[in-house]
Write a protein that binds this ligand. Structure first.
Ligand SMILES: [Zn+2]
Length: 302
């Protein structure tokens, strides 16, 4: 089931809002936070030419000068449990982005889900598009009754004051500051989790570092079926699945991100496992096909 919502007192509204599909006896709800079409900058893929990146965007049917970055958090409905994985760019971003993104809460309501019913929020990594939605527009808890689970390795890295002081990179400095802004509002009341363990029934945390040091994906298995929630193992698949050796400018360790991607995508393609991607085109569900020199992420609806 899919739906969309319109409201006259907001700057703009997204074209799609949510999409439900079954994984065994559980349901995944992909909830649209928005899409930010960013102009292709030189150096966006540091180890490929701008012409090659443009050609890949065009080959996927898009504008050769625009990188369309989609944000899709999900909810897992499993029995009485309501679990959010990643939270989008945050309600305050509706105004800040001119209505392009920040719609997670609006679309959660459209999907018939009350944020007060969310019992668990699982964070994959600490970039703003994944954690900013932990807060409401006025800086309160967006999920007042939820335990917030964060990767231990991510917490150890981004909340380390000495590391923050030592970082020479402006983008990383801003990410350190933003993690403090968000988690301080929550009085740092989070539960760190380890890799290779269940973080909730049926949901196992899988370490996929590179994009960030503690970047985490999730294997979600219910009633004999599985979906792999990859988080940001690749950003836009037309670029980084099709060309898995390409690094992204915002990867913490581009070489490690490539190694992780190749390892995980070979496994997923061989097993035929469905993949849910936070930055895939909405609703973010695909199956991977192995090519001679990369992977196709073939969109599927269920
Ligand atoms: Zn992201």
């Amino acid at each position: 089931m899919s739906g969309s919502t319109q409201s006259s007192d907001t700057p703009a509204t997204p074209a799609f809002s949510f999409h439900r599909y079954a994984v065994g006896d559980a349901t995944i709800v992909a909830v649209f936070d928005g899409r930010n079409p960013i102009p292709l900058a030189d150096g966006f893929v540091p180890n490929a030419s701008r012409a090659d990146v443009s050609a890949a965007l065009a080959a996927a049917g898009g504008d050769p000068d625009i990188v369309p970055i989609t944000f899709t958090p999900i909810v897992i409905e499993n029995g009485s449990r309501r679990i959010v994985i990643d939270t989008g760019t945050g309600e305050a971003n509706v105004e800040a982005s001119g209505g392009k993104s920040g719609w997670f809460q609006t679309n959660l309501t459209a999907a018939g889900i009350d944020r007060r019913e969310i019992d668990t929020v699982i964070i994959s990594h600490f970039h703003g598009d994944h954690i900013n939605g932990l807060l409401t527009r006025d800086g309160h808890r967006a999920f007042p009754n939820a335990e917030i689970l964060v990767p231990q390795a991510e917490w150890d890295f981004w909340m380390d004051d000495a590391r923050m002081a030592a970082t020479p990179n402006d983008r990383a400095k801003a990410a350190f500051a933003n993690a403090r802004r968000v988690f301080d509002q929550l009085n740092r009341q989070v539960t760190p989790y380890a890799w290779n363990k269940e973080v909730a029934p049926g949901i196992t945390a899988v370490g996929t570092p590179g994009h960030t040091p503690g970047h985490t994906s999730f294997r979600a298995s219910f009633g004999g079926e599985t979906v792999f929630i990859q988080s940001d193992v690749t950003n836009l698949p037309a670029l980084f699945a099709r060309h898995p050796h390409w690094q992204a400018a915002f990867d913490y360790d581009g070489e490690m991100a490539v190694a992780t991607r190749l390892r995980i995508y070979r496994e997923l393609a061989a097993a035929g496992t469905r993949v849910q991607g936070f930055h895939y085109p909405f609703p973010g569900l695909a199956r991977l096909e192995k090519l001679a020199d990369g992977f196709n992420a073939i969109p599927v609806s269920a």
